[in-house]
Design a protein around this ligand. Structure first.
Ligand SMILES: [Zn+2]
Length: 268
C-alpha cells in the first residue's frame, strides 16, 4: 500500500513539475500538427531525414521530458528557463529585468541563428536537438501564461478553482482549458483549426519572435484583468471556457502557422 502511495505521489509530483513549463502535451501536439500541414515539401523532407523518419509532432514535448531524463545534466540544463519570459503589469520585454539564465526569446534567437548562420558547423545531433527545441518553444511562446507576470511566476501563484478543484492560472492555460473545451484528439484539433485561406496565412506567417511574444503578453493581460474582476480564488468553469476559447484557438493556430514559417525559412 505504502509503495502504491509513493508511486502515485511521485507521478503527481512529476505531472505538477511538468505543468510549470509548457502547453500540456496536447497543446504542443496541436501546434506541431498544424505546422506539419504547412511545411514546404522540401522542409518536411529535410527535417524528417534529420529526425530519423519521425515527425515534428513526435518530438513536440521532448524539451519538457528532457528535464526528467538522464541527459539533463549533460549540458541541457542551460535550457531550463527557455520556456518562458515574464513581463509584469505595465512593463515590456525591454523594461523588465532580464533573466540572466536566458529566456524563451534569447533561446529561440540563439537556436535560429545557429541553424541559419552556422548550419555547416553543426553536427547532425546538434541540428536534431535544435529542431526539437524550436518545435517546442514556438508553441510555448504562443501560450499566454508563458508571457505572464514575474510577480506570480507566470500564473503559477494565482490560485483559482477549475470546476471546483484547486489549481492555478498557469495550469488552466497549459492544459485544462484545452481538455475542457473539446474532446478532440490533437489531430482533430489540427484539422478543425487549420482551415484558413492563403491570405490569412500569409498575414500571420511573418514577424519576429518578440512581436509574437508581445502578442502573448497582451493576451496574458486580458486574462489577468478578467481574473482580477472575479475576486480572489475564483471558481472558473464553463463561462471561462466559453469566453477564452477564441483566444485559445487563435494562439494554437498562430503557433502552428508560425512554427511552419520558421522551419520553412530554415529548411524550405
Ligand atoms: Zn515548455
Amino acid at each position: 500500500m505504502k509503495k502504491i502511495t509513493i508511486i502515485v505521489l511521485s507521478i503527481i509530483l512529476m505531472l505538477d513539475s511538468i505543468s510549470l513549463y509548457a502547453w500540456g502535451q496536447k497543446g504542443h501536439d496541436i501546434v506541431a500538427a498544424i505546422a506539419e500541414q504547412n511545411l514546404t515539401r522540401k522542409a518536411k523532407k529535410e527535417i524528417e531525414k534529420l529526425l530519423g523518419g519521425n515527425s515534428i509532432i513526435y518530438y513536440s514535448s521532448w524539451m519538457d521530458n528532457l528535464q526528467n531524463s538522464p541527459y539533463w545534466k549533460d549540458g541541457y540544463d542551460v535550457t531550463k528557463t527557455w520556456h518562458y519570459a515574464n513581463v509584469d503589469k505595465g512593463q515590456t520585454y525591454h523594461t523588465m529585468p532580464k533573466n540572466e539564465k536566458g529566456d524563451i526569446l534569447t533561446g529561440l534567437e540563439k537556436l535560429t541563428d545557429a541553424l541559419t548562420e552556422h548550419y555547416d558547423e553543426l553536427t547532425d545531433s546538434m541540428k536534431v536537438d535544435y529542431i526539437k527545441m524550436i518545435v517546442h518553444m514556438v508553441g510555448d511562446i504562443h501560450c499566454p501564461m508563458h508571457a505572464g507576470r514575474l510577480s506570480d511566476l507566470g500564473g503559477n501563484r494565482t490560485k483559482v478553482k477549475w470546476f471546483g478543484s484547486n489549481t492555478n492560472l498557469h495550469s488552466v492555460w497549459d492544459s485544462k482549458i484545452i481538455d475542457s473545451s473539446r474532446k478532440w484528439s490533437y489531430s482533430e484539433w489540427a484539422s478543425h483549426l487549420d482551415r484558413q485561406n492563403r491570405k490569412f496565412k500569409k498575414s500571420v506567417m511573418r514577424g519576429t519572435y518578440e512581436e509574437w511574444f508581445m502578442g502573448s503578453v497582451a493576451n496574458a493581460a486580458e486574462i489577468y484583468d478578467y481574473i482580477e474582476r472575479l475576486g480572489s480564488k475564483p471558481n472558473l468553469s464553463y463561462q471561462f471556457v466559453y469566453d477564452f476559447s477564441p483566444m485559445l484557438e487563435e494562439q494554437l493556430l498562430l503557433g502552428g502557422y508560425r512554427l511552419a514559417y520558421v522551419l520553412n525559412e530554415i529548411f524550405g
